[in-house]
Design a protein around this ligand. Sequence first.
Ligand code: GDP
Length: 364
Amino acid sequence: MKLGIVGLPNVGKSTLFNAITNAGAESANYPFCTIDPNVGVVAVPDSRLDWLSDFHKPKKTTPAVVEFVDIAGLVKGASKGEGLGNKFLSNIRATDAIVHVVRCFDDPNVIHVEGSTDPLRDIQIIDIELIMADMEMVQRRIDKCSKAGRTGDKKAAHEAEVFQGLQDWLNEGRSARSYECGEDDAALIATAELLSLKPIIYAANLDEAGFSDYQNNAYYQQVAGVAAAEGAQVIPVCAQLEAEIAQLEPDEKKLFLDDLGIPESGLDRLIKASYALLGLISFLTAGEDECRAWTIQKGTKAPQAAGKIHTDFERGFIRAEVVSFDDLVANGSMNAAKEKGLVRSEGKDYVMQDGDIVLFRFNV
Ligand code: GDP
């Protein structure tokens, strides 16, 4: 599961990406961190894991991670092959969701490719490139299905109709993401791997002054307006500051943020929001050897969650002993929670919840 970082040149993508890779390098020794300079793996901040780790003092603490890909070079005309246009678009195609970085700062020393800071225009430029790339894909699909439809293939004829409806929508400069249709049609459209259908988060990149009072920043408000219309999230960040924060030790980081009066860094918020955008949640295991957050899709049942740890756990699954993090903290220890009957015994149909602390019982 990975997110692509997109945006016009000079909006702060690389700065943000560097903050991500720095934060990642410090947090865990994931060997795949360095395989590709454009891919960064970063730990998902999780106060529950921090608590468990403080409590158990394990040999090892392993956080959940998300992967970001720096997709540089998207410019006006990319869908027509300007620059290395098509290469960038295919890089986006390989991601599961998009972080769209929007420049929300003025700085005469940092050239803006379009001449001025204008979040609405910038968002539209990127949107149009993604939409035009999609229109090409959709047209190919329509042509193929119409041809089959003419020889009497009813399913293909229907498919051509569905995609024509979408094409008319895209043609108005609107993203596939906001196209409304029935469940069956949506499932069909999902097979086309469209760029403007990917879930999205807007990262409004502000300067330090803008960041500290982002609610009242006019640029931020513009991005927030676009996001709200799409039902998407917007996260305020200050990429330059994030890059500095990412180099600090955890204790220093907390002091630094306290000084600024910020409860959580923009990057941490962005990482958490990205994880949620991918439909991911964490369950936790805790012990003297290791405390660990495990990544699952929302809606995963207990045996399949157990299978993330080891395939034997899934095959021999008997039950899961589960306590919610809040119940554990409120009672101070697993044993105290057990005495109060708060450690539940869950069977194979149990749907895992975010923050569940679990011990799986299984037959070998
Ligand atoms: P990219 O082309 O989108 O990857 O942009 P970069 O991350 O390379 O940033 C372009 C320039 O903008 C660099 O010189 C950054 O230092 C600068 N920059 C990034 N974020 C900010 C910011 O919040 N404020 C200011 N003033 N400059 C920034």
